[in-house]
Design a binder for this molecule. Structure first.
Ligand SMILES: [Zn+2]
Ligand SMILES: [Zn+2]
Length: 411
C-alpha cells in the first residue's frame, strides 16, 4: 500500500463523515442481530464484533467515526458482539453471492492491469506473475472499467436464472454494487435462512459446477448408446450443457470438440456427419455414436468440459464462510469513494457504476499523483499521469487518493 500523507487521510475521513451526515444509510433488515466490522485506510476489516441496536445508533457511528469500510454479517445472532464466534449463537443467515471482475477477468482486464518491478524498475502491462527482466515476483495494479462491470452483470444474471428456474427462489433478493469491482446479491427469505453450512456448500458447488456428475444429470451410457435428457424436459445444468453442445455442433466447432475429447478433428467431423441431424438426434435424447466402445469416454469428456466452461464465476468463500462480514449496502467503499449502491434488478442492466455511484461533487482538488495509466471515472477518461501535481474534480481526486495512486493534497 502506498504511503499517503496523514493529512490526506484526515481530509478523506472528513469527506466520508460529511457524506454520512447528509445521507443517512437505510439499515440492512434485522440489523440488531448482525455482527458489524469496519476498516481503516488500506485495510478493509480492522475491527469487528460490533453490534448496533438501531438505525440511529448506526448512522451516528458512521458520522462520528467515518470508517473507510463498513461490513455486516450475513448471519443472525442472539449476541452479535460477543466473542468468540460460538458465543454469538447463530440464528440463521442470508445467502450472499459476490461477483468480482477480478474473478472473471474479462478480455479487457489484461489491457488495464499494470506492474512495476520493485527490483529492477521495469514496467509493463498485463497479468504476468514475474518480471520478464529479472524474475522478481510482481504485484499487479488492477483497474476496473465499465466493460468489466458489464461482464460481471452477465454472470449475475446467469445466477438469477439458476436461482429462479432451478431452485424456485423468486423473492427476497436485494442487489447492490460492491463499491469497487462488482456486485452483491443478498437473498433473505425463510426458505434459505436455516440452510446448514453443508447445504450452503452444496449449493455453491451446484452453481459453480464443482464435482458435477453428468450421469446424474441424465447423460448416461446404455446398450451402446449415450443417452441425454430430451428437449422438452430439460432444466438447469441439463439445459445449459445441451444448448451449448447444440450450438458448438451447429457452428461446426469441431477442433474445440476434438481438443476436449482427445479425438482427431476429422473423426469428430465424421461423428457429427451432418450437424443438423446430430442436433436432431440430441433433441430426441441420443448423442451421436462412435464406432467401437469409445462413445462413453468421448461424450463424458466433452460434457465435463462444457460444464467447466459454463460454471458460474462467483466468490466461493463469501457464500460458504458463515463468519464472513460483507459490505453494507449504501455505504462508501474506502478504495474508491464510490457508494455500494442498492439497485433493483431492472436498474442493474443500465447501471453504470463509474457514473452513478459517484458521490463526491465538491470543489476541485490539487493532488500529487504517482505515475498512473489512463482510466475511466465519472463520465470520461483521465490521465495518463506521470509523477505530477494535477487539478481534478473532487470525486476523481478522492478515487486516486483512496487507491493509492495519489499521495497528497495541496491545499
Ligand atoms: Zn525486474
Ligand atoms: Zn475492463
Amino acid at each position: 500500500m502506498t504511503v499517503i500523507e496523514l493529512s490526506s487521510i484526515d481530509f478523506l475521513k472528513k469527506k466520508f463523515s460529511e457524506y454520512y451526515k447528509l445521507n443517512p444509510v437505510k439499515p440492512v433488515p434485522r440489523m440488531n442481530e448482525r455482527e458489524f466490522g469496519y476498516g481503516e485506510y488500506g485495510k478493509k476489516i480492522s475491527s469487528r464484533h460490533f453490534a448496533f441496536a438501531n438505525e440511529k445508533e448506526f448512522n451516528e457511528f458512521l458520522v462520528n467515526s467515518a470508517p473507510f469500510y463498513v461490513s455486516a454479517s450475513a448471519a443472525y445472532y442472539s449476541f452479535p458482539s460477543k466473542k468468540p464466534m460460538e458465543a454469538k449463537q447463530w440464528n440463521g443467515a442470508d445467502l450472499i453471492y459476490e461477483f468480482d471482475a477480478d474473478d472473471l477477468k474479462p478480455d479487457c482486464f489484461e489491457e488495464h492491469s499494470f506492474w512495476e518491478c520493485s527490483s529492477c524498475g521495469k514496467t509493463g502491462k498485463g497479468l504476468q506473475t514475474h518480471c520478464d527482466s529479472c524474475g522478481q515476483s510482481l504485484k499487479i495494479e488492477e483497474w476496473i472499467c465499465p466493460n468489466c462491470l458489464e461482464a460481471v452483470k452477465k454472470e449475475l444474471m446467469r445466477l438469477m436464472e439458476f436461482l429462479e428456474t432451478d431452485l424456485g427462489l423468486t423473492n427476497g433478493f436485494e442487489f447492490n454494487f460492491s463499491g469497487s469491482k462488482g456486485f452483491h446479491v443478498h437473498v433473505r427469505s425463510k426458505e434459505i435462512e436455516f440452510l446448514s453450512p453443508r447445504a450452503r456448500v452444496e449449493l455453491v458447488d451446484y452453481l459453480t459446477g464443482n464435482g458435477l456428475e453428468t450421469e446424474s444429470l441424465g447423460f448416461y451410457y446404455d446398450k451402446k448408446f449415450m443417452h441425454c435428457p430430451k428437449k422438452d424436459s430439460v432444466k438447469g445444468w441439463q439445459k445449459i450443457i445441451l444448448e451449448e453442445l447444440k450450438e458448438l455442433i451447429s457452428a461446426e466447432k469441431f477442433s474445440l470438440l476434438a481438443s476436449w475429447s482427445g479425438e482427431t478433428v476429422s473423426s469428430v467431423k465424421k461423428i457429427m456427419h451432418s450437424p443438423l441431424e446430430a442436433v436432431n438426434e440430441i433433441e430426441n435424447g441420443f448423442l451421436p455414436r462412435l464406432t467401437g466402445k469409445k462413445t462413453k469416454i468421448f461424450w463424458e469428456s466433452i460434457l465435463t468440459a462444457i460444464a467447466k466452461e459454463k460454471k458460474i464465476l462467483l466468490d466461493r468463500s463469501t457464500s460458504i464462510d458463515s463468519t464472513k462480514i460483507i459490505r453494507v449496502p449504501d455505504t462508501l467503499h474506502g478504495s474508491t469513494g464510490l457508494i455500494a449502491k442498492r439497485i433493483s434488478l431492472n436498474e442493474l442492466k443500465e447501471f453504470n457504476a463509474f457514473d452513478e455511484a459517484v458521490v463526491f461533487q465538491g470543489k476541485e482538488l490539487k493532488i500529487r499523483v504517482k505515475k498512473t495509466p489512463r482510466f475511466y471515472f465519472n463520465g470520461k477518461n483521465w490521465g495518463p499521469f506521470e509523477e505530477e501535481t494535477v487539478l481534478l474534480p473532487e470525486s476523481v481526486a478522492v478515487y486516486l487518493l483512496l487507491r493509492g495512486n495519489a499521495y497528497g493534497i495541496e491545499l
